[in-house]
Every structure is written in C-alpha cells, then in structure tokens.
Design a protein around this ligand. Structure first.
Ligand code: ADE
Length: 234
C-alpha cells in the first residue's frame, strides 16, 4: 500500500511542485506514495472565506483561526485517521534522518502548513499536533518545509532508491558526514583523484573512506562528532 502524504494548505497549487519530478515524482507516478492536498480556504468563514484574524493582544500580522483549522483537520482525519498530525514551525523539534525513518514506518503523514504569523495555539493543544522544524531560519510559510519533510521520507521508502547500499553510506545514516567522491577524468585542472581509490584494494578504500568521513565530520560538525560512539583504544 502506498505511503500517504496529506498537506493542509492555503496554497494547494504549490503541490506537487518539485516533488513531482525526478526520484520522488517517479515514485509518485509508480504509486509508491500518494499526495493529497486539503485547501484550508474551503473551510474559511463567511462570504470572504476568512481563515485568519488579528492577534489577541495586538501586534503585527494575522493569525490562523483555530475553528477554521480544526474544521480542515477534522475533515482530513476522516480519510487519514492514524497518520501523525504535524505542524511545520520553527518552534518544532528538529527534522532529522531518525525522524524521517520513524515517519515512513507508519501509514503516512498529515501536515499542516501555516502562513502569516502562525496558528492559534489552542488548535495545537486541542488536536494534539506535533511540531517539526526543518532548521533555524524562518520561511514565509510551511509549504516548503512540508515538501522538505516529504522528500526526506519518500526517498527512504522501499524501492525508491535503486542502487543497493547508496542509502547506508550517505550522510547521517552512520552518524557521519559523507566521504569525498570523485569520478573521471583522473586528472582535472591539475588535481588528481586520491591514489587509493584507483588501487582496486576494496578493504583499503573502505578504510580511507571511513577515515575521511570522520575527518570531515570533526572539521565541519563538531556537534555530530561529539555524539559518535567513542573509538575503542588500539
Ligand atoms: N515554517 C516557517 N519556517 C519554518 C521552519 N524553519 N521549519 C518548519 N516550518 C517552518
């Protein structure tokens, strides 16, 4: 059965967008996963289908209404009762490779993409919504963040990535950043490919790659390096 992504959004025309091409697009066409959008505007109030209002206590911008969002959520829940409900927000828990793995183990995801200054806090509590952030910066809406989360999940679904082993070697899957890659030509602008990679000695190559992955991780991401299991003393 396909893994199901449902996105509640004011801008359904943004989807599938980049998810409709290349790896994720082919998997979508092949029925490995499905994408449904729920247009929040359809649950808006009055002649103008209002979805937002001014912030209680004053201040800049607008806030998405709890009653409108709850109606859209309850509608989506009818078709998707068991998927986790996630609000994309910079205040959320960080999106990690481990979280993507956790999410593909279930039936799919129900994603709420916000706009304006955010959503009424009461709907988050009343509908037990999990909050997820894709990084420490602010986007103009949750849609791009929802696409990032979906892409990180879809590429992990069985059958989406062809080459055996290409997932197990990549960044984060072993807690390390990736080792450097090279391809032909052997010499380019006076720069050569490390000799060991051309040696044909697969054990040596694996050792070199692991050492390089550790070096790059320690240099660029000391935070990740600190969380690696201690190397056994030799
Ligand atoms: N919406 C706006 N900024 C975001 C972020 N950094 N992560 C998730 N959702 C967002």
């Amino acid at each position: 059965p396909p893994w199901r992504a449902t996105v509640l959004t004011l801008f359904p025309e943004m989807f599938p967008g980049p998810l409709g091409i290349s790896l994720s697009g082919q998997a979508l066409e092949a029925g490995v996963w499905s994408l449904t959008t729920v247009p929040i505007r359809e649950f808006g109030l009055g002649r103008h289908r209002a979805v937002d209002d001014t912030p209680a206590g004053g201040g800049a911008g607008m806030v998405m209404r709890a009653d409108v969002l709850a109606a859209a959520i309850d509608h989506a829940r009818g078709a998707e009762p068991d998927a986790p409900l996630i609000y994309l927000s910079p205040r959320g828990e960080p999106l990690t490779q481990a979280l993507a793995r956790e999410l593909i183990a279930g039936p799919g995801v129900l994603l709420l993409a916000g706009r304006f200054e955010g959503v009424d806090e009461r709907v988050l509590a009343a509908r037990q919504i999990r909050e997820v952030s894709i990084g420490d910066y602010v986007l103009s809406g949750g849609e791009l963040a929802a696409m990032v989360l979906i892409d990180a999940c879809v590429r992990l679904l069985p059958g989406v990535i062809g080459a055996e082993g290409s997932l197990s070697e990549e960044s984060f899957e072993g807690g390390l950043l990736e080792y450097p890659q090279y391809t032909k030509p052997r010499e380019w602008e006076g720069r050569t490919i490390p000799d060991v990679l051309l040696s044909g000695d697969h054990k040596k190559i694996a050792e070199w790659r692991h050492a390089e992955a550790e070096r790059v991780t320690a240099e660029r991401r000391p935070d990740l390096a600190a969380r690696l299991p201690r190397r056994r003393p030799t």
